[in-house]
Design a protein around this ligand. Sequence first.
Ligand code: B12
Length: 224
Amino acid sequence: MKETIRRLILGLGADVCGFSDISRFAGAPEGFHPTDIFKSCRSVIVLGTALPKSLYDVAPRFVYGHFNSASIAETDRIAFAAAKRIEEQFGAHAVPVPCDGPYEYWDEANMEGRGLISMKHAAVCAGIGTIGKSTLLLNAEFGSRLTIGAVLTDIEIESDAPAKHICIENCRLCIESCPSGALDGVSANQKKCRKNTYGRTPRGFETVDCNICRTVCPMKYGVR
Ligand code: B12
């Protein structure tokens, strides 16, 4: 069943798919655990869609920014379609989780938000990658290019093996290149990052003015 679901999700257009049983989420903060969304969740199916490599060769403001948003919609589309197919084929329950917004938690003073669940941690639990000093998920095949989504299900599925750590020891490129000094190697200061990164044109189009932590990484394209 696990491999059938993996093939289904890759067939819908995802580049990676991994599985985690619910026990691996034991360290998730209260309110941000998969069972806080879907009580009967036994397993989390995690998927990722990779940006084309060349989106790292252009200014982030419009072209990257637009397609990074598009990849969020695409990842949600795959999760939605997969959930329906899993329900039909296996008579199970399957809940697609919005991979970015909307989410509830917002600390206005610190401009700090929290996703419904942390997709990066979900990807680590499902063996898709590990978290680098940029605080981004690094995958051996797709580097820092994955947009990550998830489907919660009441099917019991065995976890995939954890991934090997590929963030280079002693490398500090992401930390030192961050124009707002938002990175310390462990966490991202959201206020600093947000103020530097997200804007709007006079016409009202949203812009992404920085993605350097993603593009400066020697592991940006992975190791394969
Ligand atoms: C809020 C948010 C931001 C914030 C904070 C980012 C961050 N580092 O957390 C800001 C505005 C800075 C941001 C920026 C960007 N973001 Co953003 N963002 C999110 C969002 C919506 C929520 C992340 C979140 O909850 N952070 C809150 C903090 C508190 O969480 P945390 O520090 O990771 O977690 C701590 C604890 O809460 C706990 N924890 C939490 N959950 C769990 C679960 C388990 C099992 C365990 C053990 C522990 C644990 O452990 C941590 C250590 O204490 C996610 C989507 C999602 N739902 O995950 C995308 C997401 C993280 N962003 C993403 C992207 C692409 C970006 C940008 C590159 C966009 C750009 N500019 O081009 C930048 C990168 C900046 C950076 N280096 O982080 C991608 C990352 C993909 C990847 N390959 O890693 C995500 C996953 C969206 C997606 N679906 O793909 N983002």
